[in-house]
Write a protein that binds this ligand. Structure first.
Ligand code: ADP
Ligand code: MG
Length: 722
């Protein structure tokens, strides 16, 4: 096949682009150069305006209209100096991708010239047509207008393009009636709710708290393959993962890729992405090879969750663009290749503020430790009560290929604390410290904690929610998804737990209980009620499945098991109570989750059908003909012909044809238009197995058909030729 074999030749002839950093240029020189940061504002805004903006940012308030005019004008001048011709409100609709609508700065003024215009109200609010974005039944198309509004806490930035730069303004996206149509709005709401109750708890510990922030450090895994192979794989083009492909002779069994020397070509790509990220003020920090061949990871430094979420989206776009410049395609799908590890996006979560620092960092004094234990106990309560919701926050058709597959955490959401911290909570569970036998020995306000290890070697990598010394690492999010969803959920459930804790302590103090005693009693109660979510063992084991069931922890294996968690009474009450979703918003997310699930699988099914029918089957038939011709020729020449191979090929072709037929039938089944659940269930129970049958026959064919007839780049070529 010319396309596939030509691709191999072309890859070998690849010449890398020039190095990205110019000689002598350091990351420090360019960091944040394209960001309208506080420093830039301080230089360009009148003092009073600057102070007002900073106060707005710190208190997450809305901007005063007069201040907005002044900021807009400074922002416009700055952007035009930086070569911007357009501005765009950037938002994050429920497609999971980033959306932007560009407008030119220049307006004609009547005398034949044009003047740059950018008013405060244009900065603060936009009105894109929202009819083409998923809304899960929230809006009728006749009132399709949506609003974008600047999220002042996430700075504006310049996106460079050789054809003119764009000033980008991170915004929320809401309907005319104020319903959230995006990933950012609920995250901002959840962060605020969490902060309110965290501040109540801090006040009880005797602090005058400054605003509490939730932090997010996302670790992004991804694959790189040469673009020549990518464009020759219609399955990767349409669905981001390979729907066909026999196992290569060499997989990841040697563990020779993880943390290995980074290939030179990939290093060039990484340096280039980092340079772009630095310009945007994205603190790229760690880079390394991952477990699977062709798999890598980047981890930026943690940031405030909403800024981190915006930066994460920008990072993915940047990676896609830069990869192409380097002749490669960056794959963010959770499972692009069967048989080797998939990709996740670990989300590291902590909370803190300017005065107290990280609230999940064990302290030096008994008082600090009591506070640390209370915030830890909040996490334990939150994850125990709403594990199902956390599972739902990472549910997608693509992440189903990864969760529970012995490379990613199981679908059971539990917490790993490590032996020392788990030991502390076990002491607390025994009740107040006394000298009498059988009671705990840890006395809050008096005793210090044992030293908790922060050594990564000690970590349990099979746990979905692991304490790692000063933060919790949520390992279930998929590599493709926005971190906003999981971060919204974590903040929402933390808001509930901290509210519960603050109320308990306030009540205890009101009736005259001594503070440390109240804290001790509270911790005992929390760990007694919610300790069953703590699990330090092997999450991949079969025993854990059984034990988790005995503990009453949900095991929501697939997206369809998990999504209904979004609309349970308990979830809707939580969302409404903390102002994160109204009931109809929660339902819309559920509907969109189902639709997205069905659509992704339907695209894969159609792609399987097309590739099976028009590429794989013809390759099989050609080879079959070649063999049949050979048999005829041999027989005519009086040589005994061996029919085994021809019969084998014929039999596999038969399997393929019947598989294709069954898949076609399954695709044609229709459901009532309003029954999203039935459609999703059909995708799961009929389309996925039918696709697997087609694939099994095709992969069998791949291993017997003559190599020069095979149309699709093989796993070996895609994973090893870079
Ligand atoms: P590992 O692979 O060992 O988990 P990495 O270095 O790959 O560690 O990633 C750790 C991530 O956790 C980084 O994004 C880092 O910034 C983030 N992180 C570190 N400290 C905190 C914290 N206090 N809160 C949130 N995230 C944090
Ligand atoms: Mg990690």
């Amino acid at each position: 096949n010319p396309v596939r074999l030509q691709a191999i030749t072309d890859v070998e002839a690849y010449v890398p682009p020039a190095p990205s950093f110019s000689p002598g240029e350091t990351p420090g020189d360019i960091f944040g150069m394209n960001v309208f940061s506080k420093t830039v504002m301080q230089k360009r805004l009148p003092k009073s305006v600057y102070r007002s903006v900073v106060a707005t940012i710190e208190n997450s308030e809305t901007l005063d209209p007069q201040v907005a005019d002044s900021v807009a004008s400074a922002m416009k001048d700055w952007a035009i100096e930086k070569g911007a011709t357009h501005y765009a409100h950037v938002f994050y609709p429920l497609t999971g991708f980033t959306a932007e609508k560009h407008d030119g700065f220049f307006d004609p003024v009547g005398d034949g010239t044009a003047l740059a215009e950018f008013a405060g109200k244009t900065l603060v609010q936009g009105e894109p047509d929202a009819s083409s974005f998923p809304n899960g039944g929230l809006r009728n198309t006749f009132e399709a207008r949506g609003y974008t509004g600047w999220d002042v806490t996430s700075p504006a930035y310049i996106l460079e393009n050789p054809n003119g730069n764009t000033l980008c303004i991170p915004t929320v996206f809401i309907s005319m009636t104020g319903e959230a149509l995006d990933h950012k709005t609920p995250l901002l709401r959840a962060q605020q709710a969490m902060a309110v109750h965290a501040e109540r708890v801090l006040t009880l510990f005797g602090h005058t708290p400054s605003a509490v922030v939730s932090y997010c450090g996302p670790e992004q895994e991804y694959f790189l393959i040469d673009r020549h192979f990518f464009v020759a794989r219609p399955d990767l083009l349409s669905s981001g993962r390979t729907l066909f492909g026999a196992k290569p002779p060499k997989g990841q069994e040697f563990d020779d890729h993880y943390f290995g020397a980074i290939p030179e070509r990939v290093l060039g790509f990484m340096a280039d992405t980092e340079r772009e990220l630095f310009k945007l003020g994205i603190p790229a920090k760690t880079r390394h090879n991952e477990v699977a061949p062709g798999q890598f990871e980047i981890a930026p430094m943690f940031e405030a969750a909403n800024v981190g979420a915006d930066h994460q989206q920008l990072l993915m776009t940047t990676f896609k663009t830069v990869a192409r410049k380097h002749g490669m395609e960056c794959l963010f799908h959770e499972k692009p290749f069967e048989g080797v590890n998939g990709s996740g996006k670990h989300v590291n979560f902590s909370l803190g503020n300017a005065t107290e620092g990280n609230l999940l960092l064990p302290g030096d004094t008994p008082h600090d430790n009591a506070q640390f234990l209370v915030f830890c106990a909040a996490v334990i309560r939150a994850v125990h009560l709403y594990g199902g919701l956390l599972r739902a926050s990472v549910a997608s058709a693509s992440n189903d290929h990864r969760l529970g597959a012995n490379e990613a955490p199981p679908a059971i959401i539990s917490i790993f604390l490590g032996d020392q911290l788990a030991g502390v909570f076990e002491q607390l569970a025994k009740g107040p410290a006394t000298s009498s036998k059988g009671r705990g020995t840890l006395q809050i306000g008096v005793d210090t904690l044992p030293v908790l290890p922060t050594d990564p070697g000690d970590r349990n990598r099979t746990s979905p929610f692991a304490f790692t010394g000063n933060r919790f690492e949520f390992r279930a999010p998929g590599s493709l998804q926005s971190v906003a969803g999981p971060m919204t959920t974590i903040n929402a459930i933390m808001a509930e737990a901290l509210d519960h804790i603050a109320t308990k302590l306030e009540t205890a103090l009101e009736i005259g209980t001594e503070f440390n005693e109240a804290v001790q009693a509270l911790l005992t109660e929390l760990i007694t009620d919610h300790g069953s979510v703590v699990f330090n063992g092997n999450g991949y084991s079969d025993e854990w499945q059984v034990e988790a069931a005995e503990r009453g922890l949900p095991n929501l294996r697939t997206t369809l098991d998990a999504l209904p968690e979004l609309i349970t009474d308990a979830s809707v009450q939580l969302f409404e109570r903390y102002g994160i979703f109204t009931e109809s918003e929660a339902h819309s997310r559920y509907e969109i989750g189902l639709e997205h699930y069905t659509q992704s699988i339907m695209v894969e099914a159609l792609s399987t059908l097309e590739i099976g029918q028009t590429s794989v089957l013809p390759a099989g038939v050609r080879y079959q003909t070649e063999l049949a011709t050979n048999v005829t020729a041999l027989t005519a020449a009086g040589v005994a012909a061996d029919l085994d191979l021809l019969e084998e090929v014929t039999s596999v072709i038969g399997d393929l044809r019947s598989g294709i037929g069954a898949l076609r039938t399954a695709i044609e089944v229709t459901h009532p238009a309003d029954d999203a659940l039935a459609e999703a269930a059909h995708a799961q129970s009929a389309l996925l197995p039918a696709m697997a049958t087609v694939r099994a026959a095709a992969d069998a064919l791949e291993s017997i058909v003559a190599d020069d007839l095979w149309p699709l780049p093989t796993y070996q070529e895609m994973l090893y030729i870079l």
